[in-house]
Design a protein around this ligand. Sequence first.
Ligand code: HEM
Length: 457
Amino acid sequence: MTTLTWNDLPGPATRWLGLPALLSLRRDYLAGIARQQTHGDLVRQYILGERIVDLFDPELVRALMVEHADALRRWERGPEVFADLMGQSVLVTEGATWQRQRRMLMQAFTPKRVAGYAALMTEAAMAGLERVVPGEVALDRLYSHLTMDVISRTLFSLPIGEDTGAAADAVQVLSETALAEMFWPATLPDWLPLPGKAAKRRAQRLLHGLLGERIREHRPAAGAHPDLLSMLKALRDEATGEPLSAREIYDQCMVSFQAGHETSATALLWWSALLAAHPEAQARARAEVDGLLAGRPPTADDAAALPFLSATLKEALRLYPPVAALMTRRLTREITLGGVRLPARTLLRVTPWLLQRDPRWWPQPLAFRPERFLPGSPEIPRGAYIPFGLGPRVCLGQHFAQLEMTLIAALLLQRFTLAGDGTELPRPRMGVTLRPAGGLRLRLAARRERPGRPPQR
Ligand code: HEM
């Protein structure tokens, strides 16, 4: 049997060494990858000396990310760009260093450990929602504040404080510059007087200041549920007994702060937009919350007992995965995938945005149907739903994010109803996360009848 090679794969003709293809991806990345899909499930593209393959079949995605995981590294530009801010954290490292860090950090992110943060998460969410003035609310600001406060309290046992606007702006600046830099072969030094560099330097200074101060002043929290930083300090490598270095702890805090709030905030934005557009699903989720909680704040156990609410969050993550495209991977050795021999150095792209909207695995793919995720619904093919990635590099904070989002969503539905202006959902805009272009404003009306509270006049 002859084995096919990269050259045999379907794909667009290469023009000008792939420069027009690069520019078109820069202009609209997801539209560019969608055009690739029109050629098949395993599609080639050539850009400036790089042989690239897109995967659109869930089984192939799984085979790559799980079975061939040891033949993959992240494409160098990803870590180069992220290392700027996140140093040598688990998001960036490879090989033995990554294995050691991941092994150690997983201990701090197990479902059981994460459940220990539920009270801190609820505290943060209640404090933030308490300050909402009903009416038209800019939800970007609200969720950035809430999720930053969650990560600050869980990391350092400290509320984030009042001024989260500047920190949220800094994260946005860095997210946008990171994406832009990804399309250049190298990052020009930040001290150069180029457009965007001063804003980037200011944003980095602000975040380093914010985190540095908290880490320096951190004292181990007493009690049954230590904060994440206490836990990071106490971690020991099973094999060597060594702790994480001070630098690794710092970088890890930075990555948890960055990766851990913008993604969850973005997911909550899309979830809110979808519930505002689907009042019947909103009413059903609220009835479930009221039925279980009767007005009291939710706990980690409650979060596991709200199947419809969880299904609305999962469906929002399907339609609008905050990480719409996984980091491109590079092959470290030859592999055979779907009967095609791919040489070492090939680049591979996996795009949750397209896998999760493919009509072959999702009937009525553009419809918001949380029922897909309820027990008893048809099984979802493995690899077709990957908002947290898959394989050994699956999101470290997956359980954290799921718990945090469920608690915030339940607390919000207890207090408010969400309504849009009846127009279409906002257009997504690709940064490091996929955010609603132009932000999201919705009407939050305080509920008159809240279980567990005397009726409001
Ligand atoms: C809705 C919220 C979140 C989503 C959708 C999300 C999504 C993802 C995805 C898709 C990846 C894999 C990227 C790839 O393979 O290229 C990832 C990795 C990662 N995430 Fe998340 N994430 C979320 C929340 C969080 C939170 C709350 C934290 C930490 C507190 C976190 C920390 C990380 C880390 C450290 C990695 C890198 C893991 C590694 O490379 O070993 N994430 N995330």
